[in-house]
Design a protein around this ligand. Structure first.
Ligand code: HEM
Length: 540
């Protein structure tokens, strides 16, 4: 009768001993590396801690004899910001029983690591979860990645950027038309008359998704058609992304839970839909005027004309890439736009600076509707909006960290004129949030939103990592820049943004609420706010 209990007790003892041994081994490796280190009893990168950490940390503080003192160092990267690195240095190891992780917030070390790509490859196994439809440029390393990058790089061309530009101007113009359909809310003690947008983040996601749909797949969707048949599968897929990524497909299909069924249907529908688009793209072929400059057409055309078989993507690989383009390029830009617009609403002085600069930059397009603005004449001049984008991504890097690792051998690392040895199979993670807020790199105003800083000195290489650096830097950087500038320029050429004050609320109260929304940010796939903040758009 007691056998199960005894087995359980023995199992627990065995687990405790082996965990302790693993911890001691990892600690020895950290000592041998020569790098500073701290010890934590949890793996802060594990899914368990990502979910449970925010709940457990406040409780652990109550443990007697300082037993929970470590928990503050195990808070989420967004909550800690630069705190851990100012305590322990720009490079240190976090030792735990399950793995050691080197945390890096030093530009020189970042540059060193990204340039030694074979010694510090991308830990492709971290990205298995993203292989919903198979392997891709995002999820592979080594020879496979070289092949994928060679094929998927060229579609991100200037032709495609023109399409992103046109598509974004159209989407944002339609967004403004929808906004203008809402009633004008009269002036209050704190707000001027204007139109209130209750869910900024949702609308920015719709805009970004529709731009990827057009510039990525060639599917033009009206802004107001968020749930039309064509995008239904993409919307549902994104809504159920976590179960689709985590739960094996046969289970998702077989278990009669309605949400799982919907997730499976969306997964299968997206596959069917992209197969249809791919075969249409093959029939169309490429054109010369750029109207088929979307990523899918370019990928397919590449596949058709590439001489060598190894340079063609199979249909299954095309599908896998379309999916990761949505994943990598949708929320990243949408969240950056939401953070930027809220920051401009909070900092009215910065907003006035931006509007003045924007008006100057747009002077040759005065009287022209935004949807007709030229790419060269507006994007080519758009300095202020790019400063806002950089500053937003400095403080709110929507890709919050970039991992590399050491694979099967130890790798030497130079830092502060000393040599260290990073043990094998050790992740080396660039802590973008921490590095972007380091006052020793950015000055005493590092925590402040000051886009004008980008007009002065540019940061040194490796210091601004929003799009990563080196051979594996973001493929869609210019895509995102073009989109961001077009959205911001269209909106602020017609409106000013104000924080909406609830009855009885002052602007200071509304600012506190907006700051609380910033604080509510979490890193799921990307860094994003979990609270909505209403914004009032006041016609200019
Ligand atoms: C503000 C917007 C964006 C930000 C902040 C951003 C950031 C990043 C970062 C930091 C990486 C490196 C990740 C890593 O190595 O783990 C990356 C990679 C990548 N991004 Fe972006 N991205 C943005 C928009 C886009 C867009 C719009 C697309 C495509 C439409 C895109 C496609 C990709 C791809 C394909 C990679 C993988 C490149 C490779 O590994 O060779 N991104 N991005």
């Amino acid at each position: 009768m007691h056998v199960p209990l005894v087995a359980l007790a023995l199992g627990a003892v065995f687990w405790t001993l082996s965990t302790y041994r693993a911890f001691q081994r990892n600690r020895q490796l950290a000592i041998a590396s020569g790098l500073p280190f701290i010890c934590l009893p949890v793996d802060t990168f594990s899914p368990f801690w990502q979910v449970a950490g925010p709940v457990l940390v406040p409780l652990l503080r109550f443990l007697p004899f300082g037993l929970g003192a470590w928990a503050d160092d195990a808070r989420a990267a967004w909550v800690l910001k630069h705190e851990l690195h100012s305590k322990y240095g720009r490079v240190f190891i976090v030792v735990c029983p399950w793995q050691n992780v080197v945390h890096v917030a030093d530009p020189d070390v970042v540059v060193d690591v990204v340039t030694r790509r074979t010694e510090f490859p991308k830990p492709a196994h971290f990205y298995k979860i993203v292989e919903v439809y198979g392997r891709s440029v995002v999820t592979t390393d080594g020879a496979d990645w070289v092949r994928y990058r060679k094929i998927t790089g060229p579609p991100f061309s200037e032709k495609n950027n023109h399409l992103v530009w046109r598509s974004t101007l159209e989407q944002t113009s339609q967004f403004l038309e929808a906004l203008k359909m809402t009633p004008i809310v009269p002036a209050t003690a704190s707000n001027r008359p204007g139109r209130v947008l209750p869910q900024l983040q949702r609308d920015m996601k719709t805009i970004a998704l529709h731009i990827i749909a057009e510039a990525g797949f060639g599917v033009a969707l009206p802004f107001a058609a968020a749930d039309l048949e064509n995008t239904a599968s993409i919307h549902t897929l994104l809504r159920f992304l976590i179960p689709v990524m985590v739960i094996p497909k046969p289970l998702l299909r077989a278990i009669p839970i309605p949400a799982w069924r919907s997730a499976y249907t969306a997964y299968a529908e997206f596959q069917k839909y992209t197969a249809l688009l791919t075969s249409r793209a093959k029939e169309d072929g490429m054109d010369n005027d750029g109207s088929r400059a979307n990523l899918l057409h370019a990928l397919v055309a590449n596949a058709e004309v590439a001489g060598e078989k190894s340079e063609r993507l199979s249909d299954a690989e095309v599908l896998a890439h379309l999916f990761v383009f949505i994943l990598a390029g949708h929320e990243t830009t949408a969240n950056a736009l939401s953070y930027a617009i809220l920051n401009l609403a909070i900092h009215s002085d910065v907003q006035e600076w931006f509007i003045q600069r924007l008006d100057d930059e747009l002077s040759s397009n005065r009287g022209i509707e935004p949807r007709d603005w030229g790419y060269d004449s507006v994007f080519g001049q758009a300095q202020a909006a790019l400063c806002i984008m950089n500053e937003t991504l400095r403080l709110f890097p929507t890709v919050a960290g970039v991992p590399k690792w050491t694979d099967s051998s130890s790798v030497a690392l130079a830092w502060n004129e000393r040599k260290f040895l990073v043990p094998p199979k050790t992740p080396v993670v660039f802590n973008t949030i921490a590095m972007h807020r380091d006052p020793t790199l950015w000055g005493p105003d590092a925590a402040e939103f000051k886009p004008q800083r980008w007009l002065k000195d540019q940061p040194r290489k490796g210091q601004f990592m929003a799009f990563s650096e080196g051979a594996r830097a973001c493929l869609g950087k210019k895509f995102a820049q073009v989109e961001f500038v077009a959205v911001l320029a269209t909106i602020f050429s017609r409106f000013r943004a104000e924080l909406e004050c609830a009855p009885g609320q002052t602007m200071d109260d509304a600012k506190k609420k907006a700051m609380a929304a910033f604080d509510s940010s979490v890193v799921l796939a990307t860094l994003g706010m979990t609270k909505q903040v209403p914004v009032r758009f006041v016609p200019r």
